[in-house]
Design a binder for this molecule. Structure first.
Ligand SMILES: [Fe+2]
Length: 246
């Protein structure tokens, strides 16, 4: 598998376009998206049109914001700005994009031995932050590689042959060689709303033949995205957080 792995696009079309431009010359023939195509931002249709028409093979799963924007959940667990953005999205989706989010596959999904999920393989809404939580997941599922999103943090957890788990937040750009003796839980970070205090869009390229994962950080026009959010009348905090990377 040679895949562009992305997650948490959050209706940020400028960030997504910058990612696609950055990886144009990279070798991958699949796009894996771990959910939250929409929510927070004001460009849901632009993001969904780009994702639906990408020419690579697509392995897409649903995120919790997609579920609410699709009208499948009332968003009562969301904070006020997130719920407002999800309802705004629900009202602004084009017909084809509404159908697309309503029909997104719910994770976990096994793709060629790699498990794809939004929050955790147990639950779309579960956040995985700690090594003990990662260990519990790697103990319960036997996939060599689990890809997840939802936290908006680029992270690698690895479990060795003795069951010991080590995790690290990936700072900036980095390429990792995956050890065949270990199993991994990997988050590519967020394209549309990073939360590691680095506002640049985050993504990863996974090559299971070479056993490498390359994390990339891509600058984009943040001010332009902020303006679309404010012009749409969405809460200012959603625009402010983009510049802070929080
Ligand atoms: Fe998200």
């Amino acid at each position: 598998m040679r895949a562009l792995v992305i997650s948490d696009l959050h209706s940020n079309a400028s960030a997504l376009r910058a990612v696609f431009k950055r990886v144009r010359r990279k070798s991958f023939h699949e796009i894996v998206c771990l959910g939250d195509f929409v929510g927070y931002g004001a460009e849901p249709n632009q993001v969904l049109d780009l994702m639906r028409t990408a020419r690579q093979k697509k392995y897409y799963i649903r995120g919790n914001h997609d579920r609410v924007a699709a009208g499948l959940d009332d968003g009562r667990t969301f904070n006020a700005p997130a719920r407002e953005a999800a309802f705004w999205t629900r009202d602004h989706l084009s017909g084809p994009n509404r159908k697309f989010v309503q029909k997104l596959t719910v994770g976990p999904v096994d793709h060629a031995g790699v498990l794809l999920c939004h929050g955790s393989p147990y639950d779309e809404d579960e956040y995985v932050f700690t090594e003990s939580h990662a260990a519990q997941i790697l103990d319960s599922f036997d996939a060599r590689l689990i890809l997840y999103g939802h936290t908006h943090l680029p992270v690698i957890f690895s479990m060795d042959e003795h069951g010991l788990v080590a995790g690290m937040l990936v700072r900036g750009e980095a390429t990792f060689h995956l050890d065949p003796a270990r199993r991994y839980l990997i988050n590519p970070g967020s394209v549309g709303q990073p939360r590691d205090r680095n506002p640049n869009a985050s993504c990863a390229i996974l090559n299971t033949e070479r056993m490498t994962v390359q994390f990339l950080r891509v600058p984009y026009d943040i001010r332009k995205t902020q303006e679309t959010i404010l012009r749409a009348g969405l809460p200012r905090i959603l625009a402010d957080r983009l510049a802070m990377g929080t």
